[in-house]
Design a protein. Structure first.
Length: 70
């Protein structure tokens, strides 16, 4: 199976971004856990989801730009 360089770059960057998102969610869960997620934790959680959407959009645009340069 032959995988080109662009596909490997997409996989590595995407897995890294998702790994960062999971780490942030775990951090939020451990920081704002008071027998359940507190109200402040809920706001931070929604902010993390919003940031993840913006991050993945930026990653997609960046990868499209990078892969079209080759």
């Amino acid at each position: 199976m032959d995988v080109d360089r662009g596909t490997i770059a997409e996989i590595v960057v995407s897995v890294g971004a998702v790994g960062l998102f999971v780490a942030v969610l775990i951090g939020i869960g451990t920081t704002y856990n008071q027998g359940g997620l507190s109200a402040d934790g809920g706001v931070v959680f929604v902010g993390a989801i919003t940031a993840f959407i913006i991050l993945m959009s930026a990653v997609g645009i960046g990868l499209a730009y990078y892969l079209n340069q080759e």
